[in-house]
Write a protein that binds this ligand. Structure first.
Ligand code: NAP
Length: 287
């Protein structure tokens, strides 16, 4: 009988659009590891059962990515939570070890930072404007408050102001968030003075979406970072380019978080050749 393949995958709902299988299956293939990365679309009613079954010694699942809406909820199922994930209070990567214990990490936040490094954007002393207060915004805000390259200020706007206020109260209890200010109107983000504008909302996933910010505020000294990566040229990024601003989509963040997740699962440092294969697989996956 053929040996059963190890299984990795992404749990969330919905997950059909995920590009992660492309990246991770490319890495397993290139490394000759007999494993497969699958999609686990799990609805709310099934999530307790899904995580419970991971503890079964017969389960072939050895590692997971976690996506919307379970990044925070997943914490309750874990045996160990890495320090950064504890600060962020969300995990996107889980390792299931030999004893079937679940260890959680957050690789979204360092993935974002790694992409900024690639873009040669140093956050130290910079003015940052951010839109959104969901899971990805929380990870990014938390880590920006923790790094030695401390920004000068971070202004944040969220459509639902109460959600942002609640998150900031919580954040202030965990990290020194003195540089973060919630603004009530998107016009108060200080974009004309900002060095970096980050969109952490899904607005832009549809080519016909209207960007949330006024085009006239964008300028040449600004890096506009859209976490959306499909389509690669979102309406916001197109607008940024037209105004002479630098523009980056979130594919780099997805790639770096995936590399870090894979390294946790396989307990290896990936070499450049494998990483390149992962990135190429992702790039082929976007329309
Ligand atoms: N590149 C990457 O690696 C990466 C990683 C993670 C996420 N992402 C992308 O980032 C986006 C957000 O993900 P998430 O996990 O943070 O989602 P989330 O937890 O659901 O949060 C969504 C955020 O967007 C806001 N929002 C949604 N629709 C809006 C609209 N029409 N107008 C204004 N604000 C709106 C929400 O505001 P309210 O609070 O008012 O609802 C909330 O702040 C998604 O497109 C996701 O694919 C990319």
């Amino acid at each position: 009988m053929a040996e059963e393949k190890a299984v990795y995958g992404i749990v969330g709902y919905p997950v059909a659009h995920s590009l992660s299988p492309l990246m991770h299956n490319a890495a397993f293939k290139a490394l000759g590891i007999p494993a497969v990365y699958k999609l686990f679309p799990v609805q709310e009613s099934g999530v307790d059962d899904f995580f419970k079954k991971l503890r079964d010694p017969r389960s072939p699942i050895l590692g997971l990515n976690v996506t919307v809406p379970y990044k925070e909820r997943a914490l309750r199922y874990l045996d160990n939570i890495a320090p950064l994930a504890q600060k962020i209070m969300a995990v996107n990567t889980i390792v299931i070890n030999k004893e079937r214990k679940l260890v959680g990490y957050n690789t979204d936040a360092p993935g974002f930072l790694s992409h900024l490094v690639e873009l040669q954007f140093n956050t130290r002393g910079k003015k940052i404007a951010m839109i959104g207060a969901g899971g990805s915004a929380r990870a990014i805000l938390t880590v920006l408050c923790m790094i030695p390259e401390r920004p000068d200020s971070i202004k944040v706007y969220n459509r639902t102001a109460s959600r942002l206020e609640e998150f900031l109260a919580d954040l202030r209890a965990r990290v020194d968030a003195g540089i973060v200010e919630a603004v009530r109107s998107i016009d108060d983000l200080g974009i004309p003075e900002a060095d970096l504008l980050i969109n952490t909302t899904p607005v832009g996933m549809d080519q016909d979406d209207t960007p949330l910010v006024d085009e006239n505020l964008l300028h040449r000294n600004l890096l506009v970072y859209d976490l959306v990566y499909n389509p690669p040229m979102t309406p916001l990024l197109r607008m940024a380019k037209a105004r002479g601003a630098r523009a980056a989509n979130g594919l780099g963040m997805l790639y770096y978080q995936g590399v870090l997740a894979f390294q946790h699962w396989a307990n290896v440092q990936l070499d450049d050749d494998i990483k390149q294969k992962m990135r190429q697989a992702l790039e082929k996956g976007v329309i």
